[in-house]
Design a protein around this ligand. Structure first.
Ligand SMILES: [Zn+2]
Length: 358
């Protein structure tokens, strides 16, 4: 028996209770979650808004949680070098049988038959302990950032999206004639934790980084952006930039996306990352299509990331954590106990990333 935060997918609900989960398989490592992050996906499941979520086969519930940092409690010797006492981040997606899954790119699964811990058919990480294969764990080398490492899972999405950008932008010359991106504009729609992580990565590329939403931003969030040199604007009171080279959407709101696609520069790249199945639609007219075609604009979706992207994410979190004026720790705006199920129902004021301490 183990204490776990569960939902009934896809209908929803949230419960913190003692549940029975089957015995570990051979070679599995025993893991104690230290921190788990809460995101829009978890809240969507709890509210019953995530139609593609489903319970772990053989159970009438699903343990929540796909963002975690854990300590290895017990491990046999293994080829991945995972040892008892290590801090690790478990990966979310587990491969199916398609060609992309077989080459470690389950983030690009071809037939949709992968599983996602805490989301689609596989118990998640929000429980006192669980068992997993060492191949599904990414080691956190810098033990001083155990709390910040809970951001690895959201950050790996950012690493993958920038890999997509690198690939797509190569179809023409996207850079300046000095080979840099200096002076090019990156606009990020949304102001949640993913938006902040995207802004930090866009800074690494030396874009002029803008973030926008349909409301003003709390002082605490503005001060984080200021430290990273990014600019926020409320688009309902005007748009201060002309010409977007890289547009990244974390909102999933069609009207907002198309509002900004119409201000993109030639050869621009728009990366769609945010999902919001219940967002109202928008009218896309022939002029919008002409605009996209005439300017060679690429619109591309990007989801999840592979183990390589978890490693990249950890490397950047470590770098950002040691930076002068580091803001990475400030992205964690609240630490809660698992008994406090309210935070799944209502977003705390000023939230960037809420986490649970186990
Ligand atoms: Zn697959």
């Amino acid at each position: 028996m183990v204490n776990a935060l569960t939902t009934n997918a896809p209908s929803g609900g949230i419960e913190f209770h003692n549940v029975q989960i089957s015995d570990p398989k051979d070679f599995e490592v025993k893991l104690k979650p230290l921190y788990t992050g809460i995101c829009g996906t978890d809240r969507g499941e709890v509210h019953g808004n995530l139609s593609f979520a489903y319970n772990h086969p053989g159970y009438n519930f699903l343990v929540l949680g796909h963002e975690a940092v854990c300590q290895v409690i017990d491990a046999q010797e293994n080829e991945y070098g995972i040892k008892t006492g290590d801090y690790v981040v478990p990966v979310v997606r587990r491969p199916g049988e398609c060609v992309n899954c077989r080459i470690g790119r389950e983030d690009n699964c071809s037939d949709g038959k992968k599983n996602e811990a805490g989301i689609t058919g596989l118990h998640g990480f929000m429980r006192d302990y669980f068992f997993d294969m060492p191949e599904n764990l990414v080691k956190v080398n810098d033990r001083s950032m155990v709390r910040e490492a809970v951001l690895t899972e959201p950050a790996k999405n950012v690493m993958k999206a920038f890999e997509v950008f690198d690939t797509v932008s190569r179809r023409s010359i996207f850079q300046n004639k000095d080979s840099t991106f200096i002076g090019k504009n990156c606009l990020i729609i949304g102001s949640g934790s993913e938006a902040f992580l995207y802004s930090m990565m866009a800074n690494e590329y030396r874009f002029n980084v803008y973030m926008t939403n349909r409301h003003s931003l709390e002082e605490s969030k503005l001060s984080i952006l200021e430290k990273t040199g990014s600019i926020f604007f409320d688009y309902t009171s005007g748009i201060p930039l002309k010409g977007i080279d890289l547009l990244i959407d974390t909102s999933g709101d069609p009207a907002t996306i198309f509002r900004f696609v119409r201000t993109m520069n030639n050869n621009g790249v728009a990366i769609l990352f945010g999902t919001k199945g219940n967002a109202p639609g928008t009218q896309v007219n022939g002029e919008d299509i002409d605009y996209i075609i005439e300017r060679n604009i690429s619109m591309v979706g990007s989801v999840d990331g592979s183990k390589k992207h978890y490693l990249d994410a950890l490397r950047y979190i470590e770098k950002w954590n040691h930076a002068h004026n580091s803001v990475i720790g400030d992205l964690i705006t609240g630490t809660y106990s698992p008994e406090n199920t309210e935070i799944f129902l209502k977003k705390p004021e000023g939230e960037i990333k809420s986490i649970i301490k186990w």
